[in-house]
Design a protein around this ligand. Sequence first.
Ligand SMILES: *[C@@H]1O[C@H](CO)[C@@H](O)[C@H](O)[C@H]1NC(C)=O
Ligand SMILES: *[C@@H]1O[C@H](CO)[C@@H](O)[C@H](O)[C@H]1NC(C)=O
Ligand SMILES: *[C@@H]1O[C@H](CO)[C@@H](O)[C@H](O)[C@H]1NC(C)=O
Length: 209
Amino acid sequence: MASPSPFLLLLLCLTALWLSSAADDAAGFTTFKVYFHDVVGGPSPTAIRIAQAASSNTSSTAFGAVVAIDDPLTTGPQRAGTGTSTEVGRAQGTYTFADQKTFGLLMTMNFVFTAGEHNGSSLAILGRNEVLSDIREMSIVGGSGKFRMARGYVQAHTIDSGATNGETVVQYTVNVVTTNASEQGGQAKHLEGRKAVGTLASCWLGSGD
Ligand SMILES: *[C@@H]1O[C@H](CO)[C@@H](O)[C@H](O)[C@H]1NC(C)=O
Ligand SMILES: *[C@@H]1O[C@H](CO)[C@@H](O)[C@H](O)[C@H]1NC(C)=O
Ligand SMILES: *[C@@H]1O[C@H](CO)[C@@H](O)[C@H](O)[C@H]1NC(C)=O
């Protein structure tokens, strides 16, 4: 039987390697929803204005104002403890009114999980939140715990604008990929590299008969 050219074999081996690493990546993908409660009014607000420019009051988009948040994240759209909705964490950080033409916020926050499946882990989120749009996409730039080395995005969709009671409710759909390398302090990633070299070598050698 005529043996295939070495070049063709190498190409096949590299394709196999690429397919196996693509499958590994997919294994670290997680998606879930949480509901963000931004309480600006009432006796116990969770969002307070901490800074603004002299012109922020007269700006139609509150340009220059900065708000600190410690907003509850719940499993359902209702307040924690109402129906089946429970608190799973807090959104902590700031949002800045960063647009002079529309309500465009710069969100700089951590999702800090304190209960449920992701208890003890956090996600760092950074992005533009044009609050009057239906779906706003922001970046996940990192994380801690099970979300170490995270990357991904969230999609925010307002459920209740808060016009009546001062509590805005926003559904956040979280889409996150982790390498899962952190579980063994980077060991997994190292082993994965060795496995890849092993796959390539055995593919190459195995084809030599
Ligand atoms: C880590 O990998 C396991 C399967 O290997 C998966 O079940 C888990 O969801 C992953 N963790 C994250 C945060 O993606
Ligand atoms: C902006 O308005 C608030 C009340 O709405 C007031 O307390 C504050 O002093 C104003 N700030 C400036 C810089 O005018
Ligand atoms: C979350 O994790 C912490 C630390 O491990 C633990 O003390 C706490 O009981 C957990 N909370 C829930 C609601 O699971």
